[in-house]
Design a protein around this ligand. Structure first.
Ligand code: FE
Length: 202
C-alpha cells in the first residue's frame, strides 16, 4: 500500500480560530469543507494535540480564515509550529477584527472568513471532526485561495535552502528535522503534528 496516494487528495489551507474566556488562539488546518446545505454545515477535523482543538471542543465556536496564495511562510510558523497554550499567536498581527460571535479573524493574506457553531463532534482517533452550522461569513476579495499543493510548491522552504548540515529525519510536511539515527513509529512532528510516515531520512 503506497500511502503517498493520500497526497493526491486536494486540500485547502486555513487558520482555524477559537476563543476561551479572554484568550484567543488558532492553528493551521487543511480539512475544512462545506458538508451540507439547508442548514449550511461545515466539517473540520482537528488534531487533538492542538490547543485550538480543546478550546473549540469546550466552547463550540470557531472561525475559519481562508488563506490566499499571497500568504508567506511566517503565518505557518506562527500558527502551525508553536502552541497557543504557551503564547499569544495573534500578538504580531494588528489587522485583526472580531466577527459577531466575538472571535477573531484575519484580514491580511485571506479572502474571507466563515463562522461555525458546533452541533456534533465525531471522534477520529488522532483527530476530532466538528460538524458545525454556518452562522456568519464574509468575502474580502477574489484573490485565489491557497491550496496544500500550492503551499508545498511555492511557500514551504525548499530542503536545499536549509544550509545547516543536519542528519536524521526530515518532516516532508513542514521541514522539521529530527536529529537522531532512529525515528520511533509513534513519533509526532512537534511543529505540524504529522506522524512518522511523513518523515524522510536525510
Ligand atoms: Fe512537520
Amino acid at each position: 500500500m503506497d500511502k503517498s496516494a493520500l497526497f493526491k487528495l486536494g486540500y485547502g489551507l486555513y487558520v482555524l480560530i477559537g476563543r476561551e474566556g479572554e484568550k484567543d488562539t488558532g492553528c493551521i488546518v487543511n480539512t475544512v469543507m462545506q458538508a451540507g446545505d439547508n442548514p449550511t454545515t461545515l466539517s473540520v477535523a482537528v488534531n487533538k494535540l492542538n490547543y485550538t482543538h480543546d478550546v473549540i471542543k469546550k466552547t463550540g465556536e470557531f472561525n475559519v480564515s481562508t488563506l490566499t496564495t499571497s500568504t508567506d511562510f511566517e503565518i505557518f510558523k506562527n500558527f502551525g509550529f508553536q502552541s497557543g497554550k504557551d503564547i499569544n499567536k495573534f500578538a504580531k498581527y494588528n489587522q485583526l477584527k472580531r466577527s459577531k460571535n466575538g472571535l477573531l479573524y484575519l484580514t491580511e493574506n485571506v479572502n474571507g472568513y466563515l463562522s461555525g457553531k458546533v452541533v456534533e463532534t465525531i471522534d477520529f482517533g488522532s483527530h476530532t471532526m466538528f460538524k458545525a452550522e454556518l452562522t456568519d461569513c464574509k468575502v474580502f476579495s477574489d484573490e485565489e485561495s491557497l491550496t496544500y499543493a500550492y503551499y508545498h510548491k511555492n511557500i514551504k522552504p525548499k530542503p536545499e535552502e536549509n544550509k545547516e548540515d543536519k542528519k536524521g529525519w526530515r518532516c516532508k510536511i513542514c521541514g522539521y528535522i529530527h536529529e537522531d539515527e532512529n525515528l520511533p513509529d509513534d513519533f509526532v512532528c512537534p511543529w505540524c503534528k504529522h506522524g512518522a510516515s511523513d518523515f524522510e531520512k536525510i
